[in-house]
Design a protein around this ligand. Structure first.
Ligand SMILES: [Zn+2]
Length: 458
């Protein structure tokens, strides 16, 4: 173990030397059916900004330019829409588009609906349901997707290097129409500009990770995309500023360093609670990096909304119960742990199995580019395979990659299910992913913001 830890630290230092998120040693196996493989090229790194150098740009998205959905956004009540973020995009065409003859899996977990129709117009879903029950506008462009399954666009709820057009395009082409970046620069103007172009996956971004001086991920990775705080008061001021600058949510590090055989400082319970309080007052969410159960308990004490990695030690039953009771979502990142080795992947799978059996809610996320090993760019099919290994059914995995992942993005009212009023992010695949989950990589067509960006013969 000691030797492995040393190797781990050595790799960490190497990664720091080359810029943080790692060159990928040539993977032992070819990636699966991704449209663009994670190449061994150095990540086209976005400029690294000092954590405290926050831009002075005004916060983003006002809902005023939004196209008007026909129908009430699903699950959105009058009261809570005010604090919820709205994704702004522009779709020029008024033309309605109807996908017909496919099997619908709408992301809610409901049974599949054969011979379904999904109608989109001006970027939103305006009708969805059984063929006999949906009125297709007479002038709608009809696309027959017989033999295919119609799903919501997928979401990878834990990535890095999201501030990168090439990556965003690869994700979108694979039907991963949204990614949540859990630690990067505070270049929110970049996020806003790529959001206007449907060729790119929608970037939802934390900006810098909130931590303490000499805390994780400064140690051991030397990361500079961090925001350090020194007291609850300092926390309040800096996290408020980060949200003013445009962060979609807050990522905190609760890492005592045990996994690196180190003892590193981390946010105090008071600071953690202060962060959650500010974020929740502002209508945003907090996700916590943890790697061991002891720090998971601190995250739950603070009241965070989701956990950014599965823990790598034996997860105690009482913490599973707390997660379920408090409705805290888990983003397991098995792909990360398999890449790190040390048996972490196997333990993470075992913990995930117990969490799911207890009724816990899981969101799909891999930690793309968060370590030096290969990650799937595009549909994270290996993460999905390990979710299956943990006992998740194909339907549970689909919900994890759509509805639940939208939830941790704080966009469940806009994304994640195919319901009237929601943004038309749609993935059409050949075959039946409930029969074989790998069908998720048989992409026939992708709509993002209602725009056909792949397939469809349009
Ligand atoms: Zn990460």
């Amino acid at each position: 173990m000691k030797k492995l830890t040393l190797l781990f630290l050595l790799l960490a230092l190497l990664a720091v030397a080359v810029g943080g998120c790692g060159p990928t040693p040539k993977p032992p196996e070819a990636p699966t059916t991704q449209p663009m493989e994670v190449s061994t090229a150095a990540p086209t790194a976005t400029p690294i900004q000092q954590p405290t150098e926050v831009p002075t740009a005004a916060p983003t998205a006002t809902p005023t330019q939004q196209s008007t959905p026909k129908g009430t956004p699903a699950n959105a009540s009058q009261d809570d829409t005010q604090t919820r973020p709205t994704v702004v995009f522009e779709v020029e065409s008024d033309e309605a588009l109807a996908l017909v003859n496919g099997t619908l899996i709408d992301g809610t977990g409901a049974d599949p609906l054969p011979n379904a129709v999904v109608v989109v117009q001006k970027g939103r879903i305006i009708a969805v349901g059984a063929h006999a029950e949906v009125d297709v506008p007479v002038d709608a462009k009809i696309i027959d997707v017989q033999g295919a399954t119609i799903l919501p666009g997928f979401i990878n709820a834990h990535v890095h290097l999201g501030f990168n057009e090439r990556n965003l395009e690869a994700w979108a082409q694979a039907g991963v129409t949204t990614v949540r970046d859990l630690g990067g620069p505070s270049r929110f103007s970049f996020r806003d500009s790529v959001r206007k172009d449907s060729q790119y996956a929608r970037l939802v971004a934390a900006g810098p990770i909130v931590t303490v001086p000499d805390g994780y991920p400064i140690v051991p990775f030397g990361s500079t995309n961090v925001l350090t705080v020194t007291s609850p008061e300092d926390t309040h001021q800096k996290v408020s500023q980060l949200l003013d600058d445009g962060a979609d949510f807050i990522k905190i590090a609760l890492e005592g360093g045990r996994i690196f055989d180190k003892n590193i400082p981390m946010l105090s319970p008071e600071e953690s609670a202060a962060i959650v309080k500010v974020a929740h007052e502002r209508g945003t969410l907090v996700t916590a990096h943890v790697t061991v159960s002891q720090d998971l308990a601190r995250a739950l004490d603070a009241g965070v909304d989701d956990i950014a990695h599965m823990v790598t030690d034996n997860l105690p039953d009482d913490l599973i119960e707390r997660m379920v009771e408090d409705d805290v979502y888990w983003v397991p990142t098995i792909e990360l742990w398999k890449g790190v080795g040390h048996g972490f992947g196997e333990r993470a799978v075992a913990n995930l199995r117990r969490f799911v059996n207890a009724g816990g809610k899981v969101a799909l996320g891999t930690d793309y580019a968060g370590y030096y090993t290969q990650f799937d760019l595009g549909m994270p099919i290996r993460e999905i395979e390990w979710m299956e290994e943990a006992g998740m059914t194909p339907m549970q995995i689909i919900v994890a990659g759509t509805k639940n992942a939208a939830h941790v993005c704080n966009l469940e009212h806009e994304l994640g299910t195919l319901e009237v009023g929601k943004i038309a992010d749609v993935l059409v695949v050949d075959g039946d992913p409930l029969d074989d989950i790998h069908a998720l990589t048989n992409v026939r067509m992708v709509l993002h913001n209602g725009v056909v960006i792949r397939g469809g013969n349009v």
